[in-house]
Design a protein. Structure first.
Length: 226
């Protein structure tokens, strides 16, 4: 039981991604709420490239149903991709469990700004590791995995025999790699070797032998190198 194919795409480049990249090692305070961050012009181009990739898929690989993060940048990625694809409207479910990893009190800050304001927390982050560290009021990657396990358990019935597209975030795609593989949570740190998950990258799993096997992960060959 369950989906025959799972495709997961990270949203295109967002305004926050761009602001963090431009800040580099300089402290950054980005005030816009995580749920309302929109795509950049490049992010829209990436979403269109993903739509063209969907248009080029054979019928037996094209998604039949869509689950999407409630965050604006993910919704914009899917709407833009679907317009480019032109494959007809698909059933879309917006699911809170596919939201990005919550940063809590640190949401407005990059690492340099956190170091200025909360030096003790940076030391704790380094000691605990990025997969286990939970910022004040936020989530660890392990917390994301817990909600993804619940999401995938429901998907077994809701998308039985169907091809699923998930439009979400880097932490969600990393978490999916761990959960879909059925790995023990003691091995969760190992998934970080597959980071970073790139903007508009595509990851695919297909049903095989009662589980899933990876077809592609973090693939950006559909994007224009320019």
């Amino acid at each position: 039981m369950g989906p025959t194919r799972i495709m997961a795409v990270r949203h295109g480049e967002s305004q926050a991604n761009l602001a963090h990249a431009e800040a580099g090692d300089r402290p950054l305070v980005y005030e816009r709420g995580d749920h309302e961050v929109s795509l950049t012009g490049l992010g829209l181009l990436q979403a269109r490239a993903f739509g063209r990739m969907l248009a080029g898929l054979p019928a037996h690989e094209a998604p039949e149903v869509v689950w999407c993060s409630p965050y604006l940048r993910a919704l914009e990625t899917w709407r833009t991709a679907q317009e480019t694809w032109g494959g007809g409207p698909l059933p879309v479910t917006v699911d809170e469990r596919l939201r990005d990893q919550e940063s809590g009190a640190f949401a407005p800050y990059n690492l340099a700004a956190i170091g200025e304001r909360f030096p003790g927390e940076v030391a704790r982050m380094r000691a605990e590791g990025p997969y286990a560290y939970r910022p004040p009021g936020g989530e660890s990657l392990g917390d994301v995995v817990v909600r993804l396990k619940d999401f995938l358990a429901g998907l077994r019935e809701q998308a039985d025999g169907r091809r699923v597209l998930i439009v979400a975030h880097d932490s969600v795609v990393l978490g999916l790699r761990h959960v879909v593989a059925g790995r023990d949570d003691a091995d969760l740190a190992d998934v970080l070797r597959f980071a970073p998950v790139l903007n508009a990258s595509v990851s695919v799993w297909r049903a095989a032998g009662g589980g899933f096997e990876v077809v592609a992960f973090n693939d950006v060959t559909h994007l224009d190198p320019a």
